[in-house]
Design a binder for this molecule. Structure first.
Ligand code: HEM
Length: 488
């Protein structure tokens, strides 16, 4: 990681946004600007949530972050209230770099879903990769690093990715004939479930075939968990002390979800065998059961973490990509030409640039979080060790200065022009460092393969209400997700 920080830092010199180094002593934490604080309640926004959980406000949490940036500048502190501590929001890539550089071997994070962490602990389960910190996180993460993060290892899954994309093309064509369009809220969910089956459970779940209704049920369940979790995250945290109606509802939803996923994991693991053959070429679950340092419980924790994180991220990203492509016919034409030129190539630089641009315009998360492990100076203020810092990637990736005054335009070309360098800590859709998204390579490969197949087979149109984002723990699509696919 040190090396990658060094390489990235070398690109920084020309960036107008890079903070000038200063020798002045850092200012006190209490001086960091931020919303008015009310005793017990915390920042003034909490009052809205305390009086009644205002869905409208929660859905616009990303807008609230943007407003804070516009009002207070590139560093803002927020008192979370009700016995919770402060969170420091940073909106400056130089500060992001400082935080990541201090990460060390085991970066600490605030779990994205406190409710999931609490549920798993209550059930005696391991909280899972995205919820753990410290040596237990390190032990589990190290065991999958090789299988998940090396681009070469992910190549092993290419044939399965291709099979899923063929199934997707067939399914979309069928939906188009049946309904006159394909509702991608459903289809993308089925696609991501099918891909998870192939990669994690080593079998087809037939989500794009006979079992699409079953798939829709599981995806809906997952969606409800994310929606409720957003309300509980931003609302009054009484569920930490008492079993509130929201908490009981959450337990019921999680129970249903885990019963289903547990069945999937047991089915997969019961059919896999310990093998002496080359573990480098094994698929994921087989690779895991062949790791001597992992027992069955560990394997299930890892599979569960990968499954639940993957399910809620790649499906919306497929929708956002299709939306950008469908609303920019010239981009679709360029992708189709690129594929026609070399149908077997997986290089596809223009399509890759479209995907990158979509990650920038439609980030799936509001922030990448860290708990600092040593004192840091951010934007000239002293941040004591143990402070929660949110690196607001969604604001960074749409910043006017960092993206040449056109942050709201879909411009894949910006990633192809060598002369235009982007601050390396301004574009972090998968986070950074040892805690970087464990499914990154899979997500990128699945998106590239399936989008290439869809673009090569169809003219894609989008009409009606534009797609925007709402906050439901992640930034999920709102608007018309029905696309028309005209066979070429
Ligand atoms: C397009 C889709 C995706 C995006 C944008 C995304 C983004 C992220 C981000 C920003 C993080 C936090 C990184 C950090 O703290 O530095 C993360 C963590 C994680 N992601 Fe993803 N992700 C995606 C897809 C996936 C998929 C497909 C999987 C599984 C197959 C997955 C599994 C995980 C796991 C397990 C973690 C926790 C890692 C840890 O704490 O060690 N993600 N992801």
């Amino acid at each position: 990681m040190r090396r990658s920080i060094k390489i990235l830092a070398e690109n920084l010199e020309n960036c107008p946004y890079t903070s000038a180094t200063t020798t002045a002593p850092p200012r006190r934490f209490s001086e960091i600007p931020g919303p008015r604080e009310i005793p017990v309640i915390g920042n003034s926004r909490n009052l809205k949530y305390a009086i009644g959980t205002d869905a409208e406000t929660i859905e616009n949490y990303n807008k609230h972050l943007e407003e804070m940036y516009n009002k207070y500048g590139k560093i803002v502190k927020e008192n979370l209230g009700f016995g919770r501590k402060y969170v420091v929001h940073v909106f400056d890539p130089a500060d992001a770099q400082t935080v990541f550089a201090a990460d060390g071997k085991t970066p600490f994070i605030v779990p994205l879903q406190e409710t999931t962490q609490k549920y798993r602990e209550m059930k005696g389960m391991n909280p899972g990769l995205g919820n753990l910190n410290g040596p237990e996180w390190y032990r589990l993460r190290s065991s999958i690093q090789h299988a998940m993060m090396r681009p070469q290892s992910v190549q092993t899954y290419l044939p399965f990715s291709q099979k899923v994309s063929d199934d997707l093309v067939r399914h979309v064509a069928e939906e188009q004939i049946r309904f006159g369009n394909a509702n991608m809220q459903k289809v993308a969910g089925r696609w991501s479930l099918e891909s998870a089956g192939q990669i994690l459970f080593e079998k087809s779940l037939e989500s794009l075939g006979n079992r699409s209704e079953w798939a829709d049920g599981l995806i809906e369940l997952n969606k409800k968990i994310f929606q409720l979790s957003a309300k509980m995250r931003l609302g009054l945290p009484i569920f930490r002390l008492f079993s509130t109606p929201s908490w009981r509802k959450m337990v019921k939803l999680e129970d249903e979800f885990y019963a289903e996923v547990d069945r999937l994991m047991d089915d997969a693991l019961d059919n896999l065998k310990i093998s002496e053959s080359d573990s480098q070429n094994m698929r994921f679950a087989s690779y895991l059961i062949n790791r001597k340092e992992l027992n069955r419980r560990d394997v299930k924790v890892i599979l569960l973490s990968m499954f639940s994180d993957g399910l809620s991220t790649t499906a919306p990203m497929l929708i956002y990509n299709l939306y950008n492509i469908a609303t920019h016919p010239e981009a679709l034409r360029k992708i189709q030409e690129e594929i026609k030129e070399d149908p077997t190539s997986s290089k596809l630089p223009y399509l890759r640039a479209c995907i990158k641009e979509t990650f920038r315009m439609f980030p799936i998360g509001t922030e990448v979080s860290r708990i600092t492990q040593k004192d840091l100076t951010l934007s000239g203020y002293l941040i004591p060790a143990g402070t929660a810092v949110d690196i607001n990637t969604n604001i960074l990736m749409r910043n006017m200065v960092l993206f040449s005054d056109s942050p709201h335009e879909f411009k894949p070309e910006r990633w192809l022009e060598k002369s235009k360098s982007v601050h390396p800590f301004a574009f972090l859709p998968f986070g950074f460092g040892p805690r970087m998204c464990a499914g990154r390579r899979f997500a990128e490969q699945d998106l590239l393969t399936s989008l290439a197949k869809l673009c090569a087979n169809f003219d894609i149109r989008h009409r009606g209400e534009p797609i925007t984002q709402i906050y439901e723990t992640l930034l999920l699509p709102r608007g018309n997700c029905e696309f028309e696919f005209k066979k070429l």
